[in-house]
Design a protein around this ligand. Structure first.
Ligand code: SAM
Length: 262
């Protein structure tokens, strides 16, 4: 698309985004209620329906997380990554603020006895203590959650992870880190003035505007006094195919593995 043509998207974007509920948690529950299908041909923007992305960061995840502890998948959505994590840890628990996401995650997880799900706002005061009282020290996996929170909520989430990881757990986060503006992002994901793909339309009309999350945002949320970075770097995030069937969209991303300071 030519640099100027993307501005023709503006009226549709403004109209769609005017429907987004102000309360973020309400927005997430509404979004999950409108999802009809998940996976490669589904409605969920960040679900490419393959394990390709997971395989790309699995070596880093195995190098840095503690293999004998459970893993908590914070903001698990419909649980696709919780299910992938379950092969590598004794227990995998997906936690999401939207009860509708948790219900869908349970529905799609029928044959994995070491997987369970909880509905919980992971930015709420005491959420980390609550999970830690039940599970003890845990690893924490976060994909695609921090970039949709505002800075205060990011810090609240990071503060909740401290009691949850305890002494022995670690955090592995994977986030989108697209540096252009919102119109560039939407155009890159296949929107044109004539057509906005359904997964993108559902996200624009239902969810708070996403930000990006890279090293600077990680440092702002995960204070150096509390956390040490074991490793970090670039990763490619796979999203559902929206331009060419069978070809997941690829979004620049950032990963980091963190340990609590002793
Ligand atoms: C972009 S989706 C990513 C889902 C999943 N991690 C994945 O990669 O498939 C973000 C998820 O975070 C959840 N979420 C948003 N705010 C949350 C919060 N405060 N506590 C827990 N989950 C939250 C949303 O309901 C949504 O399922």
């Amino acid at each position: 698309m030519s640099p100027l043509k993307k501005y023709l998207l503006l009226p549709s974007i403004i109209r769609l985004s005017s429907r987004v509920p102000r309360n973020r948690n309400t927005a997430w529950e509404g979004y999950w209620g409108r999802i009809q299908r998940t996976g490669a041909d589904g409605d969920v923007l960040w679900d490419a329906g393959t394990d390709h992305e997971f395989a790309s960061f699995l070596p880093a995840l195995q190098r840095t997380l503690n293999p004998v502890l459970p893993v908590v998948d914070v903001g698990c959505g419909h649980g696709s990554f919780t299910r992938l994590l379950a092969s590598h840890f004794p227990q995998a628990i997906g936690v999401d603020v939207a009860p509708g996401a948790v219900a869908r995650a349970r529905e799609q997880t029928t044959d994995l006895p070491n997987v369970d799900f909880r509905a919980l706002d992971c930015t709420a005061a005491g959420a980390g203590d609550l999970l830690s009282a039940e599970l003890g020290d845990c690893n924490v996996f976060v994909r695609g959650v921090l970039h949709i929170l505002d800075p205060a909520a990011r810090s609240a989430l990071a503060a909740n992870l401290l009691p949850l990881v305890g002494q022995q757990g670690r955090v592995f986060l994977v986030e989108t880190n697209f540096r252009g503006n919102a119109l560039d992002y939407i155009a890159r994901l296949g929107a044109s003035p004539r057509r906005i793909p359904r997964p993108l339309k559902l996200a624009i009309a239902g969810l708070p505007k996403p930000g990006h999350f890279g090293p600077a945002e990680r440092l702002a949320a995960f204070d150096d006094c509390d956390w040490t970075v074991l490793e970090d770097g670039s990763v490619t995030i796979d999203a559902v195919a929206m331009r060419t069937k069978g070809q997941p969209e690829q979004i620049p991303g950032y990963y980091a593995a963190l340990a609590p300071r002793a």
